[in-house]
Design a protein around this ligand. Structure first.
Ligand code: ADP
Ligand code: MG
Length: 388
């Protein structure tokens, strides 16, 4: 059983008190997220359909006696300390860069940040494609809003956090993670238009249906370099075809320009175009409770990520294949890899009544195949970041 938010908050307070010998004054929380469909579309100005999950990162904090920020985490042995009153640079430990980037973002907006002592505690798996990095950034930003009294517009807050990830963690991520973690609502998916940064709430509260997340517990080395490479390939196709982003391209225009593209670029762009269309269709299907259609689109998304975008791996393919074999008769409507790829998680649409059996069957099969246990859990769509 995973800790509830209440228990996690208690744990964060306890660790804070042990470390700093007094209780925290503030507790800021942000959830992880899972993306149902719309993968590798966000940085192409496309559509995504994530929801927040019932896994959280909490930052507990209190004022310091000087202008320094000290921060420790239950998920890392290394503590960080830096000045809140001077220009902040990225450094070691790596993990604290996500927090530093957020502090720097407030400074850049002319908001002075005072000295703080802080402790981080999380139930979001780190590096599993469930946006623990965005949860850490957005929880930090939420904390700084409370500390400084300067409350940002949610979209600006998400973008400040994205910027932190770009410049302090060195990952040129899209806007999905920080957006989802900031703006999520309980019982809803978020259909985000990453071009306009507008979003629609898509209700997802049919008690008969569940979202099953299976963490392969592998992370292949490629992740970061492949991410940047995919991003560059998409930008190159847009450049060659004379559009600002792949969002401005339609299928006939891509086909017409195919001769001028290298085959890899063409495949990448085709994935993005078709994935955008699938995401809109899936949102419609979920709105009208048409689960079989939503599920089919998830399988198609996986195949496209595997064959056209080439970001899957044997472990993720295996998990999706096992889900497919259980099939609708066994309560699985759809399944796909989620997140950047090369490891991390799959997300499956399942009938609530069949969840236990599905989870244990896939766990056993995966263990037999790879000698490694996956982590399986169900989540309802959770709320976005807030003070506890
Ligand atoms: P994901 O966002 O998919 O979980 P990332 O590689 O983007 O994976 O971010 C994971 C990194 O974020 C970790 O390696 C660590 O540096 C940092 N991080 C996230 N949450 C925490 C935490 N609770 N404590 C310390 N570091 C964290
Ligand atoms: Mg991340």
């Amino acid at each position: 059983m995973v800790m509830t938010l209440e228990l996690l908050a208690q744990r964060a307070s306890l660790h804070f008190a042990r470390r700093y010998e007094r209780p925290p004054r503030w507790l800021a929380v942000a959830p992880g997220r899972v993306n149902l469909i719309g993968e590798h579309t966000d940085y192409n100005n496309g559509y995504v359909l994530p929801m927040a999950i019932e896994r959280y990162t909490i930052v507990a904090a209190a004022p310091a006696e000087n202008s320094r920020i000290r921060i420790a985490s239950g998920q890392s042995p290394e503590e960080a300390e830096f000045s809140a009153s001077q220009t902040i640079d990225r450094g070691v430990p790596e993990w604290a860069n996500y927090v530093k980037g957020v502090v720097a973002g407030f400074q850049r907006r002319g908001v002075p940040v005072p000295g703080l002592e802080a402790w981080v505690e999380s139930t979001v798996p780190l590096g599993g494609g469930l946006a623990s990095s965005a949860a850490l950034e957005v929880a930090s930003a939420t904390l700084l809003e409370a500390v400084t009294g300067v409350v940002l517009e949610p979209v600006e807050k998400a973008m400040l956090c994205q910027q932190a990830e770009h410049t302090f963690a060195g990952l040129p991520c899209g806007i999905m993670d920080q957006f989802a973690v900031t703006l999520a609502r309980e019982g809803h998916l978020l259909l985000i238009d990453c071009k306009t940064r507008g979003f629609d709430l898509v209700p997802m509260n049919d008690p008969g249906m569940g979202v099953l997340i299976i963490n392969s517990n592998v992370k292949h080395k490629l992740v970061e370099s492949a991410y940047a490479a995919r991003r560059a390939q998409c930008e190159e196709v847009a450049r060659v075809l004379g559009v600002d982003s792949l969002r401005e391209l339609n299928a006939p225009a891509l086909e017409a320009g195919r001769g001028g593209l290298d085959p890899v670029g063409y495949r990448r762009a085709r994935h993005v175009l078709e994935e955008n269309a699938r995401t809109l269709q899936a949102a419609e299907a979920i709105r009208s409770g048409d689960w079989p259609v939503a599920g089919r689109l998830m399988y198609e998304s996986h195949e496209s990520l595997r064959d056209l975008y080439e970001v899957s791996c044997v472990e993720l393919d295996f998990l999706v294949e096992q889900a497919r074999q259980i099939g609708e008769g066994g309560g699985v409507l759809g399944s796909r890899m989620t997140g950047g790829g090369f490891g991390g998680c799959t997300v499956s649409l399942v009938r609530s009544s069949a969840v236990e059996g599905i989870g244990s069957r896939i766990r056993d099969q995966y263990h037999r195949e790879f000698g490694l246990l996956p982590t399986v859990f169900l989540s309802r769509p959770a709320r976005g970041a807030a003070m506890v």
